[in-house]
Design a protein around this ligand. Structure first.
Ligand SMILES: Cc1ncc(COP(=O)(O)O)c(C=O)c1O
Length: 419
């Protein structure tokens, strides 16, 4: 059976437009991007019909941390298919137990319990349910510009543009500026169930918080009896050069949410991990949260393999080495392109290029595409181009990315009349 490139480009796009999304088809036509995801291997993706190749520096926000078609991850799925399927989400599961035990071993501090989901938004929803259920409070404080997903409670934590068509922000949800201690201190009170942040807000353009911000937030939460929820959906599983991004700040949250990369790019899996005292809420209400496909058994060995690979010291060292190489490269580009490149924001391979104005991001995305790089701008801060290459790339590919970014900055500069 062949799945890729069976039809002409026009036929594929027309079918997509008529039966999946006419708006997306029109949008991509209007920006001159007719790429159809085809063959994929490691950091590379080829168009399904033409020979165009992209280096994947989008990675769906970390889904492809291990690149495309990692042989060990595929091997884990092939083997698990011999014995497992979805399983039953109500009954006791050997596989979910094993995966949760591994997460307990790898999580910071005393985070020992895990409830599994399918996607990140669902796992965030559960984190907020748990915080409200456990504390009996309703207020949830999040960062303006932050993004935790498009589902119910996750959507309620986000910016207005995402929920406005569907009604007002649900009661109890408030935003504060990110990395602003004073605002957080003013907002948090005895009605606060939880404070939720992405360790580094990706959709907000990867601002790196002050090193004292999370210790301060941790102290405030503990003082007021509020729970600290850390969203590691993008920063987790090695992206920052440590297994968890929050490790850089020496803070143990009450609840940590992971997703994306846990899938290995092939089997959806997300996880809401929390401290043992919070488990009392589920102990009393074991069927209060249900997800039919959450923690599907066939995917558990895949996630276990991802964790095994990503937690290896040599793997994390490789990420740090690449990060150093990109830091040097971008520093040079800053001197070469001062008319457009303001600074690079970076923690490990969580990287954003901050440019001079909001036109830069969208133009840079298109120019990068023309130069063979899949990279998108940060939707909540279009001055920033996100760069999230797979963590497994070789040094040569890193140099190739820097080279192509160099060319793209040059062309963006000229296109916008900044040269
Ligand atoms: C930081 C963060 N949290 C949560 C989510 C939601 O994950 P999902 O799209 O799997 O629901 C995303 C998705 O991009 C994300 O970037």
């Amino acid at each position: 059976m062949k799945y890729i490139g069976m039809d002409s480009k026009d036929a594929i796009i027309s079918r997509f437009s008529h039966h999946v999304s006419s708006g997306k088809a029109d949008f991509f036509k209007s920006v001159g991007i007719d790429f159809v995801f085809g063959r994929r291997q490691g950091p590379f993706v080829w168009d399904a019909v033409t020979s165009k190749r992209l280096i994947n520096c989008h990675c769906n926000g970390g889904v492809f941390n291990l690149g495309h078609a990692h042989p060990d991850v595929i091997g884990a799925l092939r083997e698990s298919l011999n014995e497992l399927d979805i399983g039953n989400h109500h009954l006791i599961s050997e596989q979910r137990g094993l995966l949760a035990e591994k997460l307990c071993e790898l999580m910071p501090g005393d985070i020992t319990y895990t409830v599994f989901g399918v996607g990140g938004g669902e796992a965030i929803d559960l984190a907020i349910k748990l915080a409200r259920g456990y504390t009996g409070r309703t207020k949830v404080v999040s960062a303006s510009g932050g993004y935790h997903g498009h589902t119910g409670f996750a959507l309620a934590t986000g910016d207005e543009q995402y929920f406005k068509p569907f009604g007002p922000r649900p009661a109890g949800f408030v935003q504060v500026p990110f990395d602003d201690r004073e605002s957080l201190e003013k907002e948090i009170d005895e009605t606060t169930a939880a404070v939720i942040f992405e360790t580094i807000p990706a959709t907000y353009g990867m601002p790196i918080p002050d090193k004292d911000f999370y210790p301060f937030a941790r102290k405030l939460c503990s003082h007021h009896g509020a729970l600290l929820i850390i969203d590691e959906v993008q920063t987790g599983i090695g992206r920052t050069g440590r297994l968890w991004g929050i490790e850089h700040f020496n803070v143990v949250p009450d609840i940590m949410v992971i997703g994306k990369g846990l899938s290995g790019g092939i089997y959806p899996m997300s996880a809401t991990c929390f401290r043992p005292d919070l488990e009392s809420f589920f102990h009393d209400n074991p069927f209060i949260h249900v997800s039919t496909f959450g923690g599907a058994e066939v995917g558990c060995p895949v996630a276990l393999k991802v964790l095994e690979i990503s937690s290896g010291p040599a793997f994390l060292e490789h990420v740090c080495e690449l990060a150093g190489l990109f830091a040097d490269g971008f520093e040079e580009l800053k001197h070469k392109h001062p008319e457009i490149l303001v600074r690079h924001r970076q923690l490990g391979l969580m990287m954003g290029l901050e440019m001079v104005n909001e036109q830069c991001g969208p133009v840079m995305s298109k120019v990068c595409y023309d130069n063979g790089i899949l990279s998108i701008y940060a939707n909540n801060n279009p001055r920033v181009s996100q760069l999230l290459p797979p963590l497994i790339i070789e040094r040569d590919t890193a140099f190739e990315i820097i080279d192509r970014v160099d060319r793209s900055l040059d062309e963006t500069k000229r296109f916008l009349g900044l040269a």
